[in-house]
Design a protein. Sequence first.
Length: 119
Amino acid sequence: MCLWYVLQENLNDVVVAWNSHRIRPSTNERVPHGRPMVMHNMPALNGVRDYKHHVDSRQIDICNRECIFRRCPCDSTVYELCEMYVSELQLAQPSSAVDARLLYKTLRNCIRHDLLSGR
């Protein structure tokens, strides 16, 4: 049971909100204004140079092969133990940050109880 996906969903929401909000014009005329997503993808609209650099897809493939993508950043033993508790207690996958926090507290309490009772 990994709770990181709930955090990632919240971060994705922040990215969308931040990149689509409108930056007001400033009294400093050198500061661009508009929506960050548009300013990044179409810099010419603001009269600025496009600094993006094309990367060959083969280079991306090489990086992907050399990287290790972890499904969950937690310890594998802790992960398996939490999966066991979720199964035994028939706990649901969290759908919000509040649910994830409650599940985390439940799992933490289960682990603490087992550690203190010497299981």
